[in-house]
Design a protein around this ligand. Sequence first.
Ligand code: FEO
Ligand code: CA
Ligand code: CA
Length: 705
Amino acid sequence: MTDQIRRQLPIVGVAKVAHGRNAMTCLYRCGNACDHPVPNASGNEYFGDLVAGEVSRRGVMKAGAAGAVVIGMGAAGALSASPAFAATEPPPALPTVDEFTTAAATTALTFKAVAPNRVDAIVVPNGYDHSVVIRWGDPVVPGAPKFNVHGQTLEAQLKQFGYNNDFVAVLPLDKKATRALLICNHEYTNEDLMFPGFVSQDALTVEQVKIAMAAHGMSVVELERVGKTGQYELVTSGPRPYNRRLTTLTTHFRLTGAAAGSELLKTAADPTGTDVIGTMNNCAGGVTPWGTILSGEENFNQYFVGAETSTGDAKARFNRYGIDTVNRYPSGSRKWERADERFDLTKNPNEANRFGWVVEFDPFTPGSTPRKHTAMGRLKHEGANIIKSRDAKAVAYMGDDERFDYLYKFVSDKKVDGRNTPEARKHNLTVLESGTLYVAKLGFTSATEIDGTGKLPTDGAFNGTGTWIPLVKGGASMVEGMTVDEVLVFTRLAGDKVGATKMDRPEDVEPNPVNRKIYAALTNNTNRGVGSNAVADEANPRTNNKHGHILEITEDNDDHTGTTFTWRIPIVCGDPTDPATYFMGYDKTKVSPISCPDNVAFDGAGNLWISTDGNALGSNDGLFAVPLDGAEAGHLKQFLSVPYGAETCGPWISDDNKSVFVAVQHPGEIAGASVANPASNWPDGDFAKPGIAVTWSVWNKNIGA
Ligand code: FEO
Ligand code: CA
Ligand code: CA
């Protein structure tokens, strides 16, 4: 049973911006992106003809292999810089390809929905329980000092769990998943809530700025299951060879692919244009079929200053990525340039080009060199998730999280090697280095009926066809007037040129391993149809879209390497009493209110799980689940809610449906809050330790039992 602390909050201000997210989250999360001009000023409209699709290429479907993930490794210097460009040596035993493909199951979603609320607690259905797994400051690298909010040091933070989690993956280390690796992204920091007595970014010491940099990035920690339950605990003793921190200060992230070494990526410190220090604003991500992690570098723009001195093409490129060219927030920027001149574009004009990539990272090889894949394009990557095509290509689906930006997919040139051998492992680690990069253009069946109210068209569906437009293919640019390097580094501009469809903030985009369709969370877009911005269309059917929707893509002939697809909107979010909402036609009196879908995931039965960020209905964010077929299709129910001020991230559903992991990102992030005056007391109650950045599990009961 839960032990909820049902105190009513807030205890500090509730400043909210129009779309429901708190002003403090806006400042720290994305640098007040909504207050900036919409970066996509292109005039591309989207009523073009669709081109004929490629011939379907079907291969033999490989049976999902079950396999052990028992790995014996020597001790690792998890904190030490990875060796520059060292070949990634495979460990003696390896995750089997397909190990991470969820097996089909028949789980029904029988839990009783959690009611919308604003309590400062985790709320789960009756019969379920939960526990904190890890939080900011907990030890990651063996030998990490005990957390002390009043005595923070850079040396400590480099060894401790980072701040605000988004992506969560739990990868088993043995057949029964009694031990597992937890991999998390640390998206951003909130210095108001990190440092006691915070006054301003300018007043922070240089070491505090570096602590914030070190609290970004990723963590890997080992977990142990508690008995046969779904509960996991952090392993806090023993060698823990996989435990590792990657931060904005970690040396040697290798750029791969066609743009690696480009003039656009060279800096004074790295004349090779291939060797980047650090990663940042790591938002969502994915797990590859070969067991590596993909992590999206998202709102990197907010960390750079000095673009106001740029002119011409350089200025246009900065503007398209939301990098401040007018010194709009001189007192609100992060001031990282005070600690590291990489972030001053007057000194390092190409440094920003070295962020905004998909990072691939092998958690099973201690010391492995993380890589940034230029072949997958540069945008505000929410994440990247892969499905294997019928002919064994790796196909990654990706969203660019900005109002009026685009959906992308990447199809590898190479096939995934399904053997469980060191040679196959080595090959698979090169699969994302070359391929075709596409952007989505959507066509409509009811274009003339869309009036921006969300009213369903007479054919009964928001739906249509679509085309994947190639941007780079066969190593050549497919975009007139742009080189391959330019397309990969300034991918948004390439999308503009080919007339991609402007979407309502494409966040997580994930293939469903059971029905092989693609699901995209379109969080919201309160600028849709407002002022001179693009008007509502069938794929983004509401003016002033506060609550977002889900887009489903079905590749023609189940060919994920192809160029044509159909799409529909299964769920239009909001309060179900609002006629502008839609839940696959299900009885709306029985579904939970949902607002601002952000991350998606799937359980073993292929049910869709949706976490939310910025609930504009006035309740706390949460995690929801909905069947996608059968009589219950569209019966969306809230599975949990997170504490006051938090967004729900992850989520991760274990293969045996016993555990749900979510990241509770930025609890208590409410304007006016501070370490001394918190807006959330979760999870300690006494705020002995700021309760930021926690993942936790629901356990003891199968989700559908
Ligand atoms: Fe970091 Fe798009 O959420
Ligand atoms: Ca229609
Ligand atoms: Ca997100």
